[in-house]
Design a binder for this molecule. Structure first.
Ligand SMILES: Nc1ncnc2c1ncn2[C@@H]1O[C@H](COP(=O)(O)OP(=O)(O)O)[C@@H](O)[C@H]1O
Ligand SMILES: [Mg+2]
Length: 376
């Protein structure tokens, strides 16, 4: 070694995938299964919803899926967006079916507004016009819509989209994939009583130990075959990151730097020990952000009580969690217990994977320990 170090693979550019996307084959297969319908010219039998606390890999999974779709030139088209990219149903319609390409399909039944230098749909209030437009558009060319940060979707636009998705997919090759924080379920329920229960729900949580180890060791093996990862060192990093993808990438980046700086050929416990300090500083910064967020939302004391209730356990039953929340609250009626639980879930403090039994877990590993240690 001693050469110029190659770009750190654990610090990918914006829009890039992590160096190795680990432990998501179930979710990947589910998405590919839905795509197969669309590529075969049929609507997907279900919409898909990815949900989980931040930092677990929803965005990269969507990005992976986007690349998969794009790589098949004869297959469906894909549009990847976030809700901040459109401010009305018309804006969404224009992004999904650009009038320059698709105006002729529905010219007689829908109106177009032509502004200076731009062309956009003006669908009006007529119910079903978004459905009519998208159906015609998808018959022309199959479409997959990936909508990230869907928990920030405007309820009126969301209502129109969810409704249209259902109808379009029954007539034409269309697939809708939403991703968002655990707040997404409640948010979608305000738009459609049945969308959530009908969708394919994919919980995006912590990686298991094997996947976490692969997320770290594979990139080293692939990019720097002369560097060996000592088994015990790898186990230690996996344990300290607790399978949280965001932490794994921080560890990977720091280990990569240290390995190159030292010209090491073996990542052993000594290197892991040195690197742990750098990782620890980043983790504290991250926890501080989360703590401030809880504070701003007036949830910090509640969070400390919930941490006490977990008492180091990996899971808590729903009624145990609710009891802890109610005990911590001024309101003796317990009316706002679920609301307060949702608020904690929204910031990733607690989480229950969709379709799992009623067992809650910490959303961001060791954040509870941090909140407990730094309670005043
Ligand atoms: N399956 C995975 N394997 C390896 N790294 C991952 C995986 N999923 C996510 N990451 C990394 O974890 C970090 C958080 O991922 P991101 O997709 O932004 O999470 P989210 O959208 O859920 O907040 C990123 O650095 C990403 O590259
Ligand atoms: Mg994201």
């Amino acid at each position: 070694m001693g050469n110029e170090s190659p770009a750190n693979p654990f610090v990918p550019g914006r829009g890039q995938l992590p160096p190795y996307l680990a432990g998501r084959s179930v979710e990947q297969n589910a998405l590919m299964g839905l795509l197969a319908y669309v590529n075969a010219g049929r609507g997907a039998p279900r919409d898909a919803v990815l949900s989980g606390p931040r930092g677990n890999g929803k965005t990269v999974l969507l990005r992976w899926f986007q690349k998969e779709i794009e790589s098949d030139k004869s297959g469906a088209e894909v549009v990847a967006m976030t809700p901040d990219e459109f401010s009305s149903v018309d804006g969404l319609a224009t992004a999904l079916a650009p009038p320059r390409r698709f105006a002729s399909l529905v010219r007689d039944s829908l109106s177009l507004s032509i502004g200076v230098g731009r062309l956009g749909w003006e669908l009006g209030e007529a119910p079903g016009s978004l459905t009519a437009l998208l159906t015609a558009r998808c018959r022309e060319r199959p479409l997959v819509l990936l909508l990230d940060e869907a928990h920030t979707l405007d309820p009126d636009i969301g209502r129109a989209l969810l409704n249209a998705s259902q109808r379009v997919a029954s007539e034409a090759p269309f697939l809708l994939v939403l991703a968002g924080t655990p707040r997404l379920q409640a948010h979608l329920n305000t738009m459609s009583a049945t969308f959530w229960s009908r969708a394919t729900k994919l919980g995006i949580g912590l990686l298991d130990e094997t996947a976490a180890a692969a997320a770290l060791s594979r990139p080293f093996a692939a990019l720097s075959p002369s560097v060996e990862f000592a088994e015990s060192a790898l186990r230690q990093v996996v344990e300290e990151s607790q399978g949280y993808p965001y932490f794994l990438q921080l560890w990977g980046a720091a280990l990569w730097e240290a390995t190159w700086n030292q010209g090491a050929t073996r990542i052993n416990e000594a290197i892991v020990g040195d690197t742990g300090a750098a990782f620890g500083r980043e983790r504290v910064a991250y926890y501080e952000d989360r703590r401030e967020e809880l504070e701003r939302q007036n949830l910090r004391q509640l969070a400390a009580c919930v941490a006490d209730a977990f008492d180091g356990r990996r899971t808590l039953r729903g009624r145990e969690l609710n009891a802890a929340i109610q005990a911590a609250s001024e309101d003796e009626s317990g009316d706002d217990t679920l609301q307060r639980r949702d608020s904690l879930a929204a910031v990733g403090y607690v989480w229950k994977p969709p379709e799992a039994p009623d067992l809650w877990q910490p959303g961001i590993p060791s954040l509870m320990d941090y909140i407990q240690t730094h309670a005043d």
